[in-house]
Design a protein around this ligand. Structure first.
Ligand code: ADP
Ligand code: MG
Length: 339
């Protein structure tokens, strides 16, 4: 009997893989912003049209790419961030899977402009359905600009699956905020349909948290800071009287990566026990730094779910850090230190 198994052509394989990485405009926003962070940018601009359905563009002043890398970056599993399996356990970058740009190129029309500091001319590449359709030298600033147009233009089923512009824009703003809150030392801006929504000057953590959450929170934050050899926890919790009836601003970052964790949320809630009503939610932006070998971020393609080597230690530590901060605050409410 004839053999029937074939390897899928790259563009089909890429499109299938893209389903996992790029579910909606916001997923692409996250990947592009993280690439700009990994490139060492100090300024990152996000431009959106039609909630990302027509245009998502990220412009950074990072290290840029060589001409060869500019082509390579769209290949699947093409990454400059890990080289061997050992590196997987010491990840310091946001990306490492080498899948984002391949996925993006499979589901949108992409225009890349990039230049390294030691090169006079940059490189312009246009790509569609994973195929380079134009490449030429171009004059451009040092750094990288990636514009992706007409997301899912070749996958109408997915395009139709997208929600209203308002809903997709909310997801985009969430992703933008998560990255901006993790890197206060980087300037970020977000312009949507020609209007500037965020203009976040580089600053310290407290400044960034207040820029993002709103000035009304400036006087509502209690600093959290606890350090051990195992891990550091720092950031802010809202004063008990800032707690609200709806689950509002609650953020965890582990090694600069926004994560979701019902388990750690519980640790914070329990630290607030007796201080707030049972039916209200405290505000918090908490940052946990620990040895990357003690956490596995490779559990899910979007890396929002992670696995700690020892969850119980982290739980107890976060709970203690928040309790300590709240206790200090109730003894001396004016005590504050800026991170
Ligand atoms: P990953 O981030 O997991 O490595 P990506 O597909 O997102 O995979 O990117 C592939 C590679 O392209 C990166 O490893 C990096 O070398 C390069 N790259 C992507 N975006 C940028 C950027 N904004 N500036 C410089 N290099 C970039
Ligand atoms: Mg990436």
């Amino acid at each position: 009997m004839a053999d029937i198994i074939q390897l899928l052509p790259d563009n089909i394989a890429n499109q299938i893989a893209a389903g996992e990485v790029i579910q909606r405009p916001a997923s692409a926003v996250k990947e592009l912003l993280e690439n700009a962070v990994d490139a060492g940018a100090t300024e990152i601009k996000l431009i959106i049209t039609d909630a990302g359905k027509s245009l998502i563009q990220v412009i950074d002043n990072g290290k840029g790419m060589s001409e060869t890398d500019a082509r390579m970056c769209f290949e699947r599993h093409a990454t400059s961030k890990i080289k061997n399996v050992n590196d997987l356990f010491h990840i310091r970058t946001m990306g490492f899977r080498g899948e984002a740009l391949a996925s993006i190129a499979a589901v949108a029309q992409v225009e890349l402009k990039t230049r390294k500091a030691d090169e006079e001319l940059g490189c312009y590449i246009e790509i569609e359905n994973s195929v380079v359709i134009k490449q030429e030298p171009c004059a451009c600033p040092v750094g990288t600009s990636i514009a992706m147009k007409n997301l899912f233009f070749s996958v109408p089923a997915r395009r139709n699956f997208l929600k209203s512009n308002a809903a997709e824009m909310r997801h985009i703003v969430d992703e933008f905020i998560h990255v901006a809150m993790a890197f206060p030392q980087i300037f970020f801006s977000l312009t949507a349909n020609g209007e500037q929504m965020f203009h976040l000057e580089a600053g310290n953590l407290k400044q960034r948290v207040v820029q993002v959450l709103g000035n009304q929170y400036a006087s509502k934050l209690v600093s959290v800071k606890e350090e051990t050899d195992y891990m550091n926890v720092y950031g802010f919790v809202g004063k008990p009287d800032a707690a609200r009836k709806t689950r509002g601003e609650q953020y965890f970052f582990v090694n600069n990566r926004y994560i979701k964790s019902g388990y750690l949320n519980h640790a914070v809630m329990s630290a607030f026990d007796n201080l707030i009503n049972k039916d209200s939610f405290p505000l918090y932006a908490l940052y946990i730094d620990l040895d990357p070998t003690r956490v596995d971020i490779n559990v899910h393609p979007t890396k929002q779910e992670i696995k700690f080597e020892d969850e119980k230690i982290i739980y107890a530590f976060v709970q203690a850090a928040v309790k300590h901060a709240l206790a200090q605050f109730s003894v001396a409410p004016s005590l504050d230190f800026t991170l």
